[in-house]
Design a protein around this ligand. Structure first.
Ligand code: 13P
Ligand code: SF4
Length: 306
């Protein structure tokens, strides 16, 4: 990516202070493309969980949304996890409250609870396991129980149900506002416009969209699909920032995307990263008891997916 001269200066400064402070910068695929330039690692939710659990760095600067930075804090109890912009939330993660999940658990006492990583630490603390879009099917299938309460994404729950018909998935009614607006009519129009393009969809999309997709994958999974597939053109059904990421990784292929932006994912900037790094804040804080319980949900996920 071509940076402007002011951005180049900030990138240089971030990279200098990062070394000095023994900090690592973890970046989600949907972040602003200029942030890729200061990243030690760019990935999807699962990749970032793994990297944050493995790092020796003293300080983690997490560029994503709050549930992701919280996950890094849960996985690194002794470390400083800093999120440059604390206001960056996830609309889907806010669609479930602990009280609602507690009621659901009472209603289905013989069900296990799997929560999508797009959820708060409190929800993870009430769950038997957590999962990401890359491993939801594996995590759910690891339980011998037939009934699984799956929160908060109803579309990912539907996807898991379709993959595991032997299970009885009890979904929550949450959804991602960016993915759930994509409809069949729109995709059919795009297919006419780009007849050679293969369709890659994120599992947060509605079932009607997943039915017509050539590939269903997490954000990093999308890069792998596009690399392996012999096609040269892809229509990518996810947040628009993914197009920058795909172009960066696979410059020879063509990617067409949507104008659906997750504004929370764009709240971090080079400027806010530099300030956070200099000041060593704002630090993610999670109640110790909640963090301990939430860690168990992560441990279950790692035990079945490693
Ligand atoms: P991934 O884990 O696939 O990166 O998805 C995160 C997300 O928030 C998608 O909207
Ligand atoms: Fe949450 Fe959707 Fe934004 Fe992902 S794209 S962070 S699921 S609101």
């Amino acid at each position: 990516m071509q940076l402007m001269s002011e951005q180049k200066k900030i990138v240089k400064e971030i990279n200098r202070i990062k070394k000095q402070k023994n900090a690592v910068i973890l970046v989600h695929n949907y972040q602003r493309p200029e942030i890729y330039e200061v990243a030690d690692f760019i990935g999807d939710s699962l990749d970032l969980c793994i990297k944050s659990a493995q790092t020796d760095a003293k300080m983690i600067i997490f560029c994503g949304v709050s549930f992701m930075a919280q996950s890094a804090a849960i996985l690194n109890p002794g470390k400083k996890v800093i999120m440059p912009n604390m206001d960056a939330g996830c609309a889907m993660a806010d669609m479930i409250e602990p009280e609602g999940l507690k009621k659901h658990k009472k209603k289905y006492p013989d069900a296990k609870v799997v929560c999508y990583v797009n959820s708060t630490a409190e929800i993870k603390a009430l769950s038997d396991a957590c999962c990401t879009s890359a491993n939801a099917v594996k995590v759910v299938s690891s339980f011998p129980e037939k009934k699984i309460i799956f929160v908060p994404d109803k579309n990912l729950a539907d996807y898991v149900q379709a993959e595991l018909p032997e299970k009885e998935i009890i979904p929550w009614n949450g959804y991602c506002p960016i993915h759930s607006v994509i409809d069949d009519e729109y995709v059919q129009e795009m297919k006419k416009q780009y007849p050679k393009a293969k369709i890659i969809a994120h599992p947060e999309s509605k079932p009607e969209i997943l039915k017509i997709a050539d590939h269903i994958a997490s954000t990093s999974g999308m890069i792998e699909c596009a690399k392996k597939d012999f096609a040269d053109e892809f229509f990518v059904l996810t947040e628009c920032g993914m197009i920058n990421r795909l172009h960066k990784e696979i410059p020879k292929k063509k990617f067409y995307g949507l104008c659906n932006m997750c504004f929370d994912m764009k709240k971090n900037t080079l400027e806010s990263i530099l300030i956070a790094l200099k000041e060593g804040k704002p630090i993610i804080k999670i109640d110790r008891e909640i963090a301990k319980k939430a860690l168990k949900a992560f441990e279950k996920m790692f035990a079945v997916t490693k």
